[in-house]
Design a protein around this ligand. Structure first.
Ligand code: SAH
Length: 201
């Protein structure tokens, strides 16, 4: 049955995605960082939204009857499209990890000997990892064809601009004019279409 197949694909892709990330997450947890920043309100809100996202995934995987109303019944071709998007997103996440290297951290921190990365996907986009992660969670939600999962995936994505604002303030504090200049020639989540002097975009 197709439904069971999507459920299996969902799990397999999640395991691969997890496999790509685990090494970096473990390294990040071990790292000797300067004072980690206190979790801001946006950070707290995001943590709650991510928890809800995982809870909705659990409800989906367990096929809890009381939330059967959340089944969207998306056409199969859309769900197959979700499968291909999720695979592309996983590759993009791996690419951003390779480019960011040891500057990656799960929290917003500046590390010892932190350098500003402006190569690979960072040459044109300032937050390609967040773009790829959101692309991943939304495409996974499309595979599930579940309203709750989709709702929380989109909610998490909507919180990112606030996180990014804090992250960029921190990077400006650290790298000053170098980061401001980098902002002028890059886009926040997508490549800049045409050059502009507006550094806030
Ligand atoms: N926001 C980036 C990186 C996510 S990891 C992205 O979406 O691709 C979060 C850490 O990356 C932050 O603690 C920040 O210190 C660091 N960071 C963000 N952009 C960076 C850059 N261009 N060079 C070096 N470190 C960066």
């Amino acid at each position: 049955m197709e439904e069971a197949l999507f459920r299996q694909l969902f799990l397999v892709i999640y395991v691969i995605f997890f496999g790509v990330r685990i090494r970096y997450r473990v390294e990040s947890a071990r790292k000797d960082t300067e004072q980690p920043r206190k979790l801001s309100n946006a950070g707290k809100l995001q943590a709650i939204a991510i928890l809800c996202y995982f809870a909705s995934i659990l409800l989906y995987l367990l096929d809890v009857p009381s939330v059967s109303w959340s089944r969207l019944g998306l056409p199969f071709w859309i769900r197959w499209f979700g499968v291909s998007l999720a695979i592309v997103a996983t590759i993009l996440v791996a690419w951003t990890h390779l480019a960011l290297g040891r500057q990656y951290s799960a929290e917003l921190v500046i590390q010892k000997d932190h350098i500003l990365v402006t190569t690979g996907p960072y040459a044109r986009i300032r937050h390609p990892m967040y773009t790829a992660l959101n692309m991943f969670s939304i495409s996974m939600a499309i595979i599930t064809s579940n309203l709750l999962v989709l709702f929380f995936a989109v909610l998490v994505a909507f919180i990112f601009p606030w996180i990014v604002r804090e992250e960029e303030l921190m990077l400006i504090e650290t790298f000053g004019e170098e980061y401001r200049e980098y902002m002028r020639r890059t886009g926040r989540f997508f490549p800049r279409i045409r050059p502009s002097s507006d550094a806030n975009e």
